[in-house]
Write a protein that binds this ligand. Structure first.
Ligand code: FEO
Length: 399
């Protein structure tokens, strides 16, 4: 895509990635894609704000070339060192050795360890301003959104917040780069939540601290480094991030995530009966087969919904391993304080429930109910499962 002027002399440049299967080597984006957004401020001091992954470097450099002379670039602001935003830094320095890298103090050792860069660096302090000519930028440190060195850059003339990972989302850009041009906002909102649950959720407290720190800053445009640029309703993505970050410590939404796994269909048969009971109570439920669904797509539901139903059998005296792995990922992502109930079958002896309790303890999930059966469910088991599902749904409704 060619550069897009987002305000006078301020350009979006960046690349769509539709060929990387796994973001960070583990989160599927093959269907959705992802964009690496960077920005170029053309002024007396011409300044790049963030870069891209080492990918489509020619396309990115050509975008710069269309609006500026690469050999005359003055600054590159490194808001965040993760290689999806800094991957072409070494290449850029070879082409533009005069360029000065601006970043927080914690950027300095990362520049050396990732790229062997030790010179041409200027550390910027929290709150420091820098005149580029007609534009002035201010640096606001936002540690752990997403790494310790992370900051955001605020352009004071046009009131643009270059937010890097904050307020970003998966989803390659589909021609339109602005929220008001987007014809499928649900897609980008869903992918922003998936990105939040996969990448940012662990850092929810720093996210809330960053939002509070920026509360009095007038913002006309939020320009993140992934996904849409929010110029029509910048407050919308801020409110979404504030809401999602709040689920780290506060109550989530009154819905249920049903996780199940089944070797021969017996636990699955029970799952359908449990789901009938939940539905009779009018509580929303999202159902995931953990053996067939990547955790990337399950985490958003676990993050946002208060109730979790776990349907999994005993396997070698323990919880069915794909379920154990899913719950370990939920623990890794700091999903805390959920209400949970378990059901599952066993062959000759149990063990799943004992293992489940061990997994849930550090997560502070409240195990409210359980139902275990041997072999395949009887008609009586299925009726009991419906009642079990309805009872759990009422518990979630009651808050
Ligand atoms: Fe998009 Fe933390 O990098």
């Amino acid at each position: 895509m060619p550069p897009v002027e987002i305000r006078p002399d301020i350009y979006w440049i960046g690349v769509n990635d539709r060929t990387t299967d796994l973001f960070e080597g583990m989160w599927p984006v093959a269907q959705e894609g992802v964009s690496y957004n960077a920005y170029l401020i053309c002024d007396e001091k011409t300044t790049l704000v963030d870069l891209t992954k080492e990918f489509k470097t020619d396309e990115f450099l050509e975008q710069i070339h269309q609006v500026s002379d690469i050999s005359q670039l003055d600054y590159v602001i490194v808001n965040h060192m993760e290689p999806d935003h800094s991957g072409i830094l070494r290449t850029l320095r070879r082409i533009a050795p005069q360029i000065t890298i601006l970043g927080s103090a914690k950027t300095v050792p990362l520049l050396e360890s990732f790229y062997g860069i030790t010179d041409g660096i200027r550390v910027v302090e929290d709150g420091e301003t820098l005149s580029l000519g007609r534009h002035t930028v201010q640096f606001v440190h936002t540690p752990f959104v997403h790494w310790p060195e992370t900051m955001v850059t605020y352009e004071t003339t046009e009131q643009i917040l270059f937010a890097c990972d904050a307020f970003g989302g998966y989803g390659a850009l589909r021609g339109a780069i602005f929220d008001d041009e987007c014809t499928d906002p649900d897609f980008y909102e869903r992918e922003a939540l998936r990105y939040y649950a996969n990448i940012v959720a662990v850092f929810s407290r720093p996210v809330l601290q960053a939002i509070a720190k920026l509360a009095d800053v007038p913002i006309s445009v939020i320009a993140p480094s992934h996904g849409l640029i929010w110029r029509d309703k910048p407050e919308h993505i801020v409110e979404l991030y504030r809401k999602w970050a709040g689920y780290a410590t506060g109550p989530a939404e009154p819905g249920i995530t049903m996780l199940y796994g089944s070797m021969y269909g017996n636990t699955e048969e029970m799952m359908n009966a449990v789901a009938q009971g939940v539905s009779q109570e009018g509580v929303p439920v999202s159902i995931f087969d953990v053996t067939r669904t990547h955790s990337s797509y399950i985490l958003p539901s676990l993050w946002t919904q208060q109730g979790v139903l776990v349907g999994a059998p005993t396997y070698e005296g323990s919880l069915f391993p794909p379920m154990a792995q899913m719950l370990q990922m939920a623990a890794q992502k700091h999903i805390r304080n959920r209400k949970v109930a378990w059901f599952g079958s066993h062959g000759w002896s149990g063990g799943a429930l004992r293992h489940l309790k061990r997994l849930l303890e550090p997560m502070k999930w409240d195990l409210t109910d359980s139902y275990e059966f041997a072999g395949g469910p009887t008609q009586e088991d299925l009726l009991t499962a419906q009642q079990f599902g309805a009872r759990f749904a009422r518990l979630i409704k009651s808050g």
